[in-house]
Design a protein around this ligand. Structure first.
Ligand code: NAP
Ligand code: COA
Length: 272
C-alpha cells in the first residue's frame, strides 16, 4: 500500500479559490503536483491567485464569475474542462458572511448569503458533475460550524451551510455508485482570514476564541489544505457523505464567548 499523497496529472477546480482558506487549499494541491482552476468574482483576485499558483510550478487557470450566476459558472467550468481536462477534485468554497441580528437582515441580505453559499454550491455541483472523472472524483464542500452549531447574528450562514451539508449527504447517496465521493470539510476559526476578521473584529475577541479552542490555537489555512489533500486522496477512498470538522475541537464547545462578545460589539455599533 502506498501512503504518499501525489496529485500529479490531476485537475483540481476550486470555486472561491482566490483568497483565504480556499486559496490555501488550492496551494496545497498545487504543491502536491495538481493543475489548478480557480473561480471568483474579482478579476484582480483571480489574476493574483493564478500568479501565486503558477509560481508553485504547476499549470493554473482562473475564471471570473459569480457563483450566483448559473450561466457564468457553466462558462467557467466548461472552459476549465476544455483547457485542463476532467476534474478529479471539485471544491465548492465561495461564501459570504456578515454579523447581523435576524431582525436587522433585509430580505436581500439574507438572500445574498444563501444565494452565494447554498445556491452557489448547487450551481457548481450541478454544472460540475458532467466534467468529473468517473470513477474516482472527490467533491469537497467547504462548510462551517454554523451548519450544526446555532450562533446569534448568523441566521443566514447557519441556514445556508446546513443546506450545504445536506447537499453533501444527498449527493453522496446519489453519486456513490458512479465512484464519486462527496464530503464536507468544516473549518474552525482560521487565522488571518476574511471570515475571522468579520466574526472576531477585535484582538480581545480573537484571544478569547483562541483560548476557547480545546487545541489552544487558531487554525491555519494549511490545516484545512492538509485535510483536503488527505480527504481527496486514495487514503480516504471509503469516506463518503461525511461532515468533517477541522477545528481543534472547537465546535464541541459551541460558539460561546465569541458570539456573546460579538453581540456586545454589535449592539454598540447599532446604537451609534
Ligand atoms: P474569503 O477569503 O472571503 O474567501 C471567499 C472566497 O469566495 C473568495 O475567493 C471570494 O472571492 C469568493 N467569493 C465570494 N463570493 C463569491 C461569489 N458570489 N461568487 C464567486 N466567488 C465568490 O473567506 P474565508 O474566510 O477564507 O472563507 C473561505 C471558506 O471557508 C468559506 O466557505 C467559509 O464559509 C469557510 N469558513 C471559514 C472560516 C474562517 O475561519 N475563516 C471558518 C469556517 C468556515 P471574490 O471576492 O473575488 O468573489
Ligand atoms: N449587516 C446587514 N446587512 C448587510 C450587511 C451587514 N453588515 N452587509 C451587507 N448587507 C446587506 C446589504 O445591505 C444588502 O441588502 P439591501 O439590498 O437590502 O440593502 C445585501 O446584504 C447584499 O449586499 P451587497 O453588498 O449588495 O451584496 P454583494 O452581493 O455585493 O456582497 C456580501 C455579498 C454582503 C455577502 C459581501 O459581504 C461579500 O461579498 N462577501 C464575500 C467575502 C466574505 O464574506 N468572506 C467571508 C466568508 S466566511
Amino acid at each position: 500500500m502506498g501512503y504518499s499523497i501525489d496529485f500529479s496529472n490531476r485537475h483540481v477546480f476550486v470555486a472561491g479559490g482566490t483568497s483565504g482558506i480556499n486559496l490555501g487549499i488550492a496551494k496545497g494541491f498545487a504543491e502536491a503536483g495538481a493543475r489548478l482552476s480557480v473561480l471568483s468574482r474579482s478579476q484582480e483576485k483571480v489574476d493574483a491567485a493564478v500568479e501565486t499558483l503558477s509560481a508553485i510550478g504547476q499549470k493554473a487557470m482562473g475564471y471570473s464569475a459569480d457563483v450566483r450566476d448559473y450561466e457564468g459558472v457553466e462558462r467557467a467550468l466548461t472552459t476549465a474542462h476544455r483547457e485542463q481536462g476532467d476534474i478529479d477534485v471539485l471544491i465548492s468554497g465561495a461564501a459570504g458572511n456578515f454579523p447581523a441580528a435576524f431582525l436587522d437582515m433585509s430580505p436581500n441580505g439574507f438572500r445574498a448569503v444563501v444565494d452565494i453559499d447554498l445556491i452557489g454550491t448547487f450551481h457548481v455541483l450541478r454544472v460540475g458533475h458532467q466534467f468529473l472523472k468517473k470513477p474516482g472524483a472527490s467533491v469537497i464542500n467547504i462548510s462551517a460550524p454554523q451548519a450544526y452549531v446555532a450562533a446569534p447574528l448568523q441566521a443566514h450562514v447557519c441556514a445556508a451551510k446546513a443546506g450545504v451539508d445536506m447537499l453533501t449527504r444527498v449527493l453522496a447517496l446519489e453519486w456513490g455508485e458512479q465512484g464519486i465521493r462527496v464530503n464536507s470539510l468544516v473549518p474552525g476559526p482560521i487565522e488571518q482570514t476574511e471570515g475571522m476578521a468579520r466574526l472576531a473584529p477585535t484582538p480581545e475577541i480573537l484571544d478569547a476564541v483562541r483560548e476557547s479552542v480545546p487545541a489552544k490555537r487558531l487554525g491555519q489555512a494549511q490545516d484545512i489544505a492538509q485535510a483536503a489533500l488527505a480527504l481527496a486522496s486514495p487514503l480516504c477512498e471509503y469516506i463518503n457523505g461525511a461532515i468533517i470538522p477541522v477545528d481543534g475541537g472547537w465546535s464541541l464547545i459551541g460558539f460561546g464567548d465569541m458570539m456573546r462578545n460579538m453581540t456586545t460589539i454589535y449592539e454598540q455599533i447599532r446604537r451609534k
